[in-house]
Design a protein around this ligand. Sequence first.
Ligand SMILES: NC(=O)c1ccc[n+]([C@@H]2O[C@H](COP(=O)([O-])OP(=O)(O)OC[C@H]3O[C@@H](n4cnc5c(N)ncnc54)[C@H](O)[C@@H]3O)[C@@H](O)[C@H]2O)c1
Length: 366
Amino acid sequence: MIVGVPKEIKNNESRVGMTPAGVFELVKNSHTVYVQSGAGEGSGFFNHDYQRAGATILDTIGQVYAMSDMIVKVKEPIAEEYALIQKGQIVFTYFHFASSEALTKAMIESKSICIAYETVEDEDGTLPLLTPMSEVAGRMAIQQGAKYLEKPVKGRGVLLGGVPGVAPGRVLVLGAGVVGIQAAKMAAGLGAHVTILDVNMKRLRHVNDIMPPHVVTEFSNEFNIRKHIKTHDLIIGGVLLKGAKAPNLITRDMLKDMRPGTVIVDVAVDQGGCVETTRPTTHENPTYIVDDVVHYCVANMPGAVPYTSTVALTNVTLPYVLKLANTGWRTACKLDKSLGKGLNIVEGDIVYKEIAKAFQWEPVLA
Ligand SMILES: NC(=O)c1ccc[n+]([C@@H]2O[C@H](COP(=O)([O-])OP(=O)(O)OC[C@H]3O[C@@H](n4cnc5c(N)ncnc54)[C@H](O)[C@@H]3O)[C@@H](O)[C@H]2O)c1
């Protein structure tokens, strides 16, 4: 198969769909890989790295799309890319169709095979191609939170790890899922006192089993949240209700109970946030202050660490890319049920019913 890796043209996106390691594996399996010139630069991979791994570099995005059977990328295609996508071409990337009717219509018209990273689903209901980005965001949440606790950026002036003779900072983590556990682990590693809340007892038991004693689990309810926000310096929002807006666990009136300079990092901002005063921010201007509480609400946190994010993402996408290239999409999606769930739009038909539901259209079931 001929596999194409275009440069991402969405604003501020520095990740790339394949690393030189991925190219090497595909070429080893007798496939051809075309990489657009400069596609990996934002993530620290240069044309000569791809060439050494066996790729051919093409000058323009148009050439990559025109010459490839399968496109492997990161972000959903933006309007400039719609017309480049060919009939029968496999496009393997994040799509998030339900949030864009224009993209959905364009992909239906293209008659391509759209396989969405975000709906590839394992038997236990986990989403293996979303997990690495939550891992990145969860770990980063503590790095960012620690920074914004510093006084010059309006934080409380607390060092998370404390020093001998001074108690460490206190971190409250809402949600003990992928984001929450990674955040708790990083905070604990810095020596902070960590309280982690969830409504799922299985998750709390797991955290209790694997974390050191200065990570304390408690059940998530309004009473406990109201109690803890008064004494914690950094609050991480890592709550998810699948397919729904995140619940507002911290309401506007609660901010006055926090000490000035408390920092909230609401990672769940991409699902509306779990704090009433959350609104999406960007890496250029990541924070704002409400009632003396610093809010960090960047919706694409992994974008700030493209090297780590690209490698983490491509580690998990590559096995699927290889299956698609080796056997074609029909066989690969039939044999691997997780990958099959990634099929969203096939040759003009929506085959993932949630997308049709989002626009109140009739799905065509595969
Ligand atoms: N901002 C970013 O850049 C970025 C990056 C990656 C992920 N995210 C987002 O972070 C959020 C968390 O993702 P995840 O992968 O950790 O999800 P996850 O499903 O692994 O974990 C969510 C957890 O929230 C818990 N939860 C549900 N209701 C709760 C409540 N009332 N109180 C406490 N906990 C509750 C669930 O039981 C679950 O354990 C998602 O919205 C995801 O989209 C954002």
